[in-house]
Design a protein around this ligand. Structure first.
Ligand SMILES: O=C(NC/C=C/[C@H]1O[C@@H](n2cnc(C(F)(F)F)c2)[C@H](O)[C@@H]1O)c1cc([N+](=O)[O-])cc(O)c1O
Ligand SMILES: [Mg+2]
Length: 214
């Protein structure tokens, strides 16, 4: 039976990356997506912006919405301090299965918890299920029409504190207009756009970094 693109991406990691070396996993995926098949990872150009924000925030608790194959999960986790943890939500069980193997190849299982299911269900359970108080950093990279409702849900569930950082992928391409309008006009956020390019292409895209003001 025909393999899927995430399966071929995983095989490229297992073939070309060194076990336990997260940076080689990131490099193997970027090479696969440049040379073989495009895939919707944040990519190396926007990935450098992600790295700089993670390093600046130095988060202890991270939430990622949209694991896909685990590229940004590995990228973020490789920069976290020792006791820090990332919870990453993935709706599609097939993608979650691939992501767990990519994360294992990188040797980052201890820092990452992949949770399967819809954000609408899991966000309200974060405190009771995972002992989370608030998130220091949230990386939004899931369905673009869910960025705004899930941000409001995070606010309503008390999962953001003064200074929590939201970092959103694809605010230009494919675009998240309602989310962008909200974080740029709400008095509860201080927002900043980092101009870049859509992964592995010359099209414009960028990340929006928004600080929750409480
Ligand atoms: O559509 C894009 N991304 C959608 C990404 C969607 C991914 O997020 C998961 N998810 C859904 N809900 C949840 C949660 F968290 F709620 F549980 C997690 C989906 O199963 C999928 O793996 C995209 C598209 C392009 N592009 O160029 O078309 C470029 C990109 O960088 C993109 O991210
Ligand atoms: Mg994306």
């Amino acid at each position: 039976t025909q393999s899927t693109r995430p399966q071929r991406l995983l095989h490229a990691v297992q073939k070309n990356a060194t076990r336990g070396d997260p940076r080689s996993v990131v490099k193997a995926i970027d090479n696969f997506c440049r040379q073989k098949e495009w895939a919707m990872n944040v990519g190396d150009e926007k990935g450098c912006i992600l790295d700089s924000v993670v390093s600046e925030v130095n988060p202890v608790t991270v939430l990622e919405l949209g694991t896909y194959c685990g590229y940004s999960t590995v990228r973020i986790a490789s920069l976290l301090p020792p006791r820090a943890k990332i919870i990453t939500l993935e709706f599609n069980p097939d993608y979650a299965k691939i992501a767990r193997q990519v994360i294992a190849w990188a040797g980052l299982e201890d820092k990452i918890q992949v949770v399967e299911g819809p954000s609408g269900e899991w966000i309200p359970k974060m405190k009771e299920q995972f002992g989370v108080k608030t998130f220091d950093l949230v990386f939004l990279d899931h369905w673009k029409d869910r960025y705004l409702p899930d941000t409001k849900l995070l606010e309503d569930c008390g999962l953001l504190r003064k200074g929590s950082i939201l970092l959103a992928d694809n605010v230009i391409c494919p675009g998240t207009p309602d989310y962008l309008e909200y974080v740029r006009n709400s008095p509860r956020y201080k927002s900043q756009y980092f101009k870049s390019h859509l992964e592995y292409t010359k099209a414009e895209d960028g990340l929006e970094k928004s600080v929750f003001l409480g």
